[in-house]
Design a protein. Structure first.
Length: 365
């Protein structure tokens, strides 16, 4: 039996309105509406036309229900400014990525979740508490994505067509998920990951993840988590020159603007110095990019390990895609576009930013 929820999910994933899909698939608007409401099922030729227009295998539409990710459970940044199309498309893609997560969880033992929910403390205190719990002290985080994964956060990428969506986080059955854009600078990607951790920690499953106050709190958490108070005071003098800020930002792998905001928050820059520094950084191109920044953005270590393990056992990404009833291209868009190739010494290299090494991952026998 064809599942109407999957027709809806596939349409939203491609960003089509009912009218647009009707035109692309050559199916009447009334028929399409009936399919999505479950009133009637498409005939074989109509299903073939829909599958072709949506770029999903026909088998995709015969799978179990896809319960959507509730909008209120998601931490979209600047939600009021985000158009419904990209928002719904990103949610649909992420819901499909959860299918991959469930598939992986059935076959591997994944890291246990260790993300505290701290609704009471202010963001600065909460960031210090998480750092202490994870044994980070005041040292820089080596790799933010690896750190999240080592503590049980499942991290996936957002398809590149959603340029207006930076990142978002959500809880699902007690497991935290973070979805990150791959289009931002590496420094921005790290801050986005820390921002979403802030949502998970400060807002948990019982408090709303949306709204201006939640965004401000998550930003403050990310700033304090990536640039801890004591660490910054140890490395940056009061009233630093722009050249000193540009040198210091590499310590924490953050953007020059993020470090400048943090220095102002900590009282190392006066209001006047802060404004002058922002103007200077803008003239140097730091408002629109990060000149001489990190060479590559952070990716998923856990997913890389999963696909390496599968490859070693003779399974490829197309094989996994077939089991999930999607195309390899679709699957690749959820996993940072990983291309699995062997690299000497990977099994011996510890994860940056955590004393726990590589995330615990075992095949389920």
């Amino acid at each position: 039996m064809i599942n109407s929820s999957r027709i809806v999910a596939a349409r939203k994933r491609r960003g089509y309105t009912l009218n647009e899909l009707s035109t692309r698939a050559g199916v009447s608007l009334q028929s399409l509406s009936n399919y999505e409401r479950g009133r009637t099922e498409p005939a074989a030729d109509s299903l073939a036309q829909l599958a072709s227009a949506l770029d999903f295998p026909e088998s995709f539409f015969y799978q179990p229900d896809l319960d959507p990710i509730p909008l209120e459970a998601v931490s979209f940044r600047a939600r009021s400014k985000l158009a419904a199309g990209p928002r719904d498309g990103a949610l649909a893609a992420s819901r499909l990525a959860l299918e991959l997560h469930d598939w992986i969880e059935d076959r591997f033992r994944l890291p246990v979740t260790d993300v505290p929910t701290l609704g009471k403390p202010d963001p600065e205190t909460a960031a210090e508490m998480v750092r202490a719990r994870w044994g980070l002290g005041h040292t820089p985080v080596g790799n933010m994505v690896h750190l999240l994964e080592a503590h049980g956060v499942r991290v996936f990428s957002l398809p590149p067509e959603y340029t207006d969506v930076d990142a978002f986080a959500t809880w699902r059955n007690g497991t935290p998920f973070v979805f990150l854009s791959t289009l931002k600078t590496p420094e921005r990607g790290r801050f986005d990951a820390a921002h979403e951790l802030g949502h998970l920690v400060l807002h948990g499953e019982d408090r709303p993840l949306a709204g201006p106050q939640a965004e401000q709190e998550a930003n403050a958490f990310a700033s304090a988590f990536l640039m801890p108070h004591t660490g910054v005071l140890d490395h940056v003098p009061r009233a630093p020159l722009v050249s000193q800020i540009l040198q210091a930002k590499a310590i924490w792998n953050v953007s020059a603007l993020s470090l400048t905001y943090r220095l102002h928050d900590l009282g190392l820059l006066t209001d006047w110095q802060y404004r002058r520094t922002l103007i200077d950084l803008g003239e140097r191109g730091y408002r629109t990019g990060e000149p001489k920044g990190m060479p590559t953005r952070e990716s998923s270590q856990l997913l890389d390990k999963v696909f390496r393990s599968l490859k070693a056992k003779g399974s490829s990404i197309p094989d996994v895609a077939r089991e999930l009833h999607v195309t390899p291209k679709e699957l690749s868009s959820w996993v940072f576009g990983l291309i699995v190739t062997g690299r000497n010494g990977d099994s011996e290299r510890p994860a940056s930013g955590t004393s726990q090494g590589r995330p615990h991952l075992e095949l389920v026998r």
